[in-house]
Design a protein around this ligand. Structure first.
Ligand code: NAP
Length: 287
């Protein structure tokens, strides 16, 4: 395998991650793509499906187990990069969890329905926020000098869902890494007791998890990156997947438009737009 242009996609055995892997294989950049999944069997089935469709990509499609909620699994993957002296040009942090029972669609909008038990709250925050950050930061030493990180966020993470205090905390450009984790810890502890709305947070843990991803992308990640490295958050659209549900208006082929728009940015534009958030059409949007 050549060392140039390795792309890594998390949670890629199905849904949007799988579609992004397929698009990166078809992309003129000719990425060597790592399809990763938490479950090896599900990952290997996805690999088999892709290779059946595209036998010509046999040398550019690779698999590695990667559970973003497990430090051991992240360390194993990073050790593989170290042992094989690989650098990563593109990391797509796609893995995510959502429990549909938290909210329901209402007149083209969503309303909060019910609180989750602590174990589900923990799983969402661990996967969508803490795991994403742990993988990103452990992978930084292996990120190419002009490497890109794309965090698959959501419209759900936009700040207008949140109360005024939360909007202020998560849009403060002085937010430090320590301050970020202090906020996240306080939110998580309150959420275990279902008391986070009293602090100004929207009821849905998933929605707030994505607000934290956006704030991390905007204020923390850029300070950790080298001169020509960049990081972005994108909304993929409301898409028919296991997570998005059957009533979603978007089809899977709509789901990678925003990611590809970021992949296709020139270095100059990437540097101008690093840290920002993009809608499902790849248009710059406020958090
Ligand atoms: P999906 O079909 O449910 O796929 C989610 C993927 O994440 C699955 O491969 C799942 O693996 C994986 N995953 C879950 N926990 C993981 C972990 N700890 N480590 C590694 N992988 C893990 O959902 P999707 O709709 O494609 O969503 C992909 C991303 O898009 C998510 O971040 C989601 O929040 C975001 N998004 C989706 C929509 C939408 O409407 N679909 C809208 C906005 C944002 P398993 O198969 O093993 O469970």
């Amino acid at each position: 395998m050549e060392n140039t242009n390795i792309a890594v996609v998390t949670g890629a055995n199905k849904g949007i991650g799988y579609a992004i892997v397929e698009q990166l294989l078809l992309h003129p950049t000719k990425y060597s793509v790592f399809l990763t999944s938490r479950d090896t069997q599900r990952g290997e089935e996805a690999m088999a499906n892709l290779l059946k469709k595209y036998p010509e990509f046999k040398n550019r499609l690779h698999y590695h187990q990667l559970d973003v909620s497990s430090s051991k699994s992240i360390d194993n993957f990073v050790q593989w990069l170290e042992d094989n002296q690989k650098t990563v040009s593109l990391l797509v942090n796609n893995a995510g969890i959502f429990y549909q029972r938290e909210i329901r669609p209402n007149n083209g909008n969503f309303e909060f329905v019910d609180f989750l038990p602590p174990e589900d709250t923990k799983r969402i925050i661990q996967t969508n926020v803490r795991g994403l950050i742990e993988l990103t930061e452990k992978l930084l030493p292996y990120l190419a000098d002009d490497g890109k990180i794309i965090n698959i966020s959501s419209l759900a993470g936009e700040l207008w869902w949140q109360g005024e205090a939360v909007q202020n905390w998560l849009s403060d450009s002085r937010l430090t890494r320590q301050g970020f984790f202090d906020l996240l810890d306080t939110f998580e502890q309150a959420a275990y007791k279902q008391q986070h709305p009293a602090l100004g947070y929207f009821g849905s843990i998933y929605f707030t998890s994505k607000a934290f991803v956006n704030a991390y992308t905007r204020f923390i990640l850029p300070r950790l990156l080298k001169k020509n490295q960049t990081g972005f958050a994108v909304h993929p659209g409301w898409i028919q997947t296991d997570l998005g549900g059957k009533e979603a208006p978007g089809k899977i082929d709509d789901s990678y438009v925003s990611t590809l728009a970021i992949v296709n940015l020139s270095l100059e534009d990437s540097l101008k737009l690093s840290g920002r958030y993009f809608d499902e059409f790849g248009k710059l949007k406020d958090f």
